[in-house]
Design a binder for this molecule. Structure first.
Ligand SMILES: Cc1cc2nc3c(=O)[nH]c(=O)nc-3n(C[C@H](O)[C@H](O)[C@H](O)COP(=O)(O)OP(=O)(O)OC[C@H]3O[C@@H](n4cnc5c(N)ncnc54)[C@H](O)[C@@H]3O)c2cc1C
Length: 401
């Protein structure tokens, strides 16, 4: 049987859902019955409900070009486009009021990602949008007018198609990287892909005994000596290496390095000179303590012992230097299965980077993480996914209705 829609959205993740929401909203809105989301999972929004540790860090109030990596034209148009599409206001009007943390992360007030999906689902159902689940699209064929789509069980025809298939990160959410071929078969270019926002494997020699310890630090992603990215936040020592918010933020930059390594700077709120003074005073005030106890009360005790192992001559200068220069050799990452986002994707080469419409297959749009854009941790990736969905839907409405 062949099903017919005006617009078929492939993928019911963040970008696909917002595409459908916008298609049935506002000026030139479609009837819900003309729109379909085709999702391979048994339900839409599976990844969305896991975001922000289940709290739904859906947006960020401090979006800047510097938070994104990949195709610069896509990034620039997106950041400029946010002047026209205020995402926070958009969600507010949909019935999702938000709260903002100090660092600009935006969550629903209830801090429940599942509530965001509930509202979006109810909206789509109230408009009569077709939500087809449990069907993976396996081919897209461009016809003279429109597109024929095949899933394992059904055939669909649509005048316009939005490809919102996500990337390769987190295969248990339906994003295993097998769907890029839908686009490469249609002449779109795919970059090399890397896992980003992911835990890092490191040489365990220095950190084997530190498993489970969390410290605040500034961590530097280095290629040899060259600093690629730095971030201040938590670092968690694990059985495979390091994790934590600061490691997530720098992880994507290590992926492309030839000689990847990490410098951990403990006591990030103190300069080297301040640290030197603290150690100098501690040594003179605590003559009753053993040398190996000298960092007790300054950093975690086990971390302190490990730092002291790095010190050749026991003096305040060398100890302070070791606190600020705890280096780890990177041996890899936990990979795409554990990553939150894909670095790389379909390039802007054959794409209108403002509307997200393909230049080689008119009527086909590509949105979200499938594209060569990835962002820092903190609501940046969902923001791009939502924005691209809304923007492409507006272009479709302008062209069809
Ligand atoms: C655990 C976790 C936590 C995260 N937390 C945050 C956060 O707090 N803030 C933030 O900004 N970002 C976060 N991210 C990243 C963010 O969720 C993604 O960047 C975003 O969801 C991408 O949206 P998308 O629509 O492009 O793709 P996705 O949301 O991945 O959706 C793609 C959908 O397409 C479906 N699909 C794929 N191929 C096919 C096919 N052939 N046929 C039919 N369906 C198909 C998939 O099943 C999936 O449902 C997190 C990611 C993970 C994994």
């Amino acid at each position: 049987m062949l099903f017919n829609f005006k617009v078929a959205v492939i993928g019911g993740g963040a970008s696909g859902i917002l595409t459908a929401v916008e298609l049935v909203s506002g000026k030139n809105a479609f009837c819900g019955k003309d729109i379909a989301i085709i999702e391979r999972n048994e339900r839409i929004g599976k990844k969305l409900i896991a975001t922000g540790n289940g709290q739904g860090n859906i947006l960020n109030a401090k979006i800047n070009k510097a938070n994104y990596y990949g195709d610069t034209t896509l990034i620039e148009n997106f950041v400029n486009g946010l002047k026209e599409i205020n995402l926070a206001e958009y969600f507010y009007k949909l019935g999702i009021p938000q709260t903002e943390s100090e660092d600009g992360k935006i969550y629903p007030i209830s801090k429940q990602a599942s509530a965001v999906l509930d509202v979006l689902m109810k909206y789509l159902l109230s408009k009569g949008v077709n939500i087809i689940t449990g069907e993976k699209v396996i081919s897209i064929n461009k016809e003279t007018i429109g597109f024929n789509l095949k899933t394992e069980n059904n055939k669909y025809f649509a005048n316009k198609v939005v490809v919102a298939i996500g990337g390769k990160a987190g295969k248990h959410f339906g994003t295993d990287g097998t769907s890029y071929s839908l686009l490469t078969n249609l002449g779109h270019e795919l970059t090399k892909l890397y896992p980003s926002l992911v835990q890092i494997k490191a040489d365990l020699t220095k950190i084997r005994g530190l498993k489970g310890i969390k410290e605040k630090a500034t961590v530097y992603a280095l290629d040899g000596e060259k600093v690629l990215k730095q971030h201040t936040g938590d670092i968690l020592f694990t059985e495979y290496g390091v994790s934590g918010s600061s490691i997530f933020q720098i992880s994507g930059h290590l992926a492309t390095a030839v000689n990847p390594n990490i410098r951990v700077e403990f006591l990030p709120n103190y300069t080297l000179a301040e640290t030197e003074k603290i150690i100098k005073d501690k040594i003179s005030n605590c003559t009753f303590m053993q040398k190996e106890e000298i960092l007790c009360g300054i950093v975690n005790k086990k971390v302190g012992l490990q730092i002291l192992k790095e010190v050749k001559n026991f003096n305040y200068k060398e100890i302070a230097y070791a606190i600020k220069n705890f280096n780890l050799k990177v041996t890899g990452s936990l990979g795409f299965d554990y990553a939150q986002v894909t670095k790389g994707g379909i390039t802007a080469k054959n794409l209108n980077s403002k509307t997200f419409e393909s230049n080689v297959n008119n009527g086909l749009y590509i949105v979200g993480e499938a594209l060569n854009v990835d962002g820092d941790c903190g609501g940046y990736n969902l923001s791009f996914a939502f924005y691209s969905g809304i923007t492409c839907a507006r272009d479709i409405k302008d062209k069809i209705n």
